[in-house]
Design a protein around this ligand. Structure first.
Ligand code: ADP
Length: 428
């Protein structure tokens, strides 16, 4: 029977050293695994459970001492020998390595003739001990703890700085979107004004105008329409981010806003062979909401359901009264009456990856490739600006409601479908 090769994990950022050690130890009959930095070293050690770990000390992300201390806290690795490798050769290196949890110490440069023997000794049970008394060990321990805290403080400062920088970049991005949208709106309005002089109310060119211009002018009108909706999406997100969205609330029925969205999209759905099934939506309390904004929420959800469902699929829209959901979210839904109307858009489409289900609500978030961008709101898998769900969520939350997605996962073959739930509070 063939014996299992003993596994050695070598954590080292220098590729030349890795190659050297791999050659020497493979030749000596070991299986060698490699990690380039501290964090991947921890992950690999947990996944692969090596028989011994060779730990370079000067490695990126976390140094070898910190990685060793971390590994020794994991019960499954507590007894795995960890041998420090360091070229620093400063006084106290050996002691620091042992205090950090290493079981031995090998000074660099590596002596290739001796390395297999040194490894075999540690695998055979050799363990190095710190010389000196308990008092000396305590001092070393304190020094090491202080060093860890200092490093931690440095890291927290670095993170704070990076966070502030990110926030500034995000503010700049928001400002850019806002300025760009406002600047674009002006010439857009002018072009639209001139165009309406050439078109009737249905968007067709007046018959007395030159027939050869019909196609290009109607084409320009369609393009402009899409252009306008992109600029409006940019303005919407600016208002949502800045908390300046104005809601004109009136008592209304959810069903009316749903029907408004359905009417706008039903011909696009039927062109793609998609069936939209509407539940009766009877017995629902009226809600106090901005009808135009809610229509936009339902339009975005329905156009997504159309976009991410293959031809011939089904979209079910239903609504019921509920007591709400139990969520620990900063924008938890609130209802004065404790009652909500819950509207569900369910499709038989490609579904959403479990890990993406929260992220899809972020601004400009698209799961797919930017190359798949499409000007169409209904073409199969045609990506848009990536703002539709962020806007829908902003509007729902401004009403004190909640919007979330559910899906078994993304599978373009099996099409597990997705469900988007909208929860809207009922006032009395
Ligand atoms: P987009 O303009 O890209 O459609 P959205 O904000 O509307 O932007 O949606 C963000 C992402 O969420 C989409 O790119 C898509 O990957 C995913 N998504 C949204 N709705 C659905 C759905 N019904 N089925 C599958 N994926 C969806």
């Amino acid at each position: 029977m063939r014996q299992r090769l003993q596994k050695i994990l070598y954590v080292e950022d220098n590729a030349v050293n890795r190659l050297l050690v791999r050659r020497v130890l493979t030749h000596a009959g070991y299986a060698v695994l490699e990690a380039e930095d501290g964090l991947s070293g921890i992950q690999m050690a947990q996944e692969e459970r090596p028989d011994l770990i060779l730990m370079d000390i000067m490695i990126p992300s976390m140094d070898g001492y910190q990685v060793t201390t971390k590994l020794k806290t994991l019960p499954e690795l507590a007894n795995t020998p960890i041998i420090a490798l360091t070229a620093k050769a400063m006084e106290g290196d050996r002691e620091r390595a042992l205090i950090a949890g290493c079981d031995g110490y090998i000074a660099k440069p590596i002596d290739v003739d001796r390395l297999p023997l040194q490894v075999a000794e540690f695998l055979g049970g050799k363990r190095e001990e710190i010389e000196g008394g308990a008092e000396e060990q305590l001092i070393l321990q304190q020094e090491y703890s202080q060093e860890l805290v200092t490093r931690l403080e440095e890291r927290v400062r670095e993170l704070q700085k990076a966070n502030a920088e990110l926030r500034r970049t995000d503010e700049l991005k928001s400002k850019f979107i806002s300025v760009a949208a406002h600047e674009l709106k002006t010439p857009l309005t002018v072009i639209q004004g001139y165009l309406t002089m050439l078109l009737d109310t249905r968007g067709h060119m007046y018959p007395e105008l030159n027939e050869t211009l019909r196609l290009p002018i109607e084409g320009i009108a369609k393009g402009l329409d899409r252009f306008n909706s992109i600029v409006n999406e940019m303005l919407d997100i600016t208002r949502i981010e800045g908390g300046t969205m104005e809601l004109h609330r009136d008592l209304m029925l959810v069903k009316d806003a749903v029907m408004g969205a359905v009417h706008r999209l039903e011909s696009a759905a039927s062109e793609r062979g998609l069936t939209i099934n509407l539940s009766p939506m009877a017995g629902l309390s009226p809600i106090r909401a901005d009808a135009g904004h809610l229509r936009q929420v339902f339009f975005n959800l329905l156009s997504n359901a159309i976009k991410y469902t293959p031809d011939g699929g089904e979209i079910n829209i239903s609504a019921k009264m509920t007591q709400g959901v139990d969520v620990t979210h900063p924008n938890r839904p609130t209802s004065p009456s404790g009652k909500f109307v819950e509207i569900v858009f369910e499709d038989t489409g490609i579904g959403i990856d479990l890990e993406e289900q929260e992220r899809i609500f972020s601004h400009f978030y698209e799961v797919r490739d930017v190359d798949l961008h499409s000007t169409s709101k209904t073409r199969f898998k045609g990506g848009g600006l990536g703002l539709g769900l962020a806007i829908a969520q902003g509007i729902v939350e401004a009403h004190g409601g909640f919007l979330w997605a559910e899906s078994e996962g993304l599978d373009e073959e099996r099409c597990p479908g997705s469900r988007f739930h909208v929860l809207l509070p009922v006032e009395d």
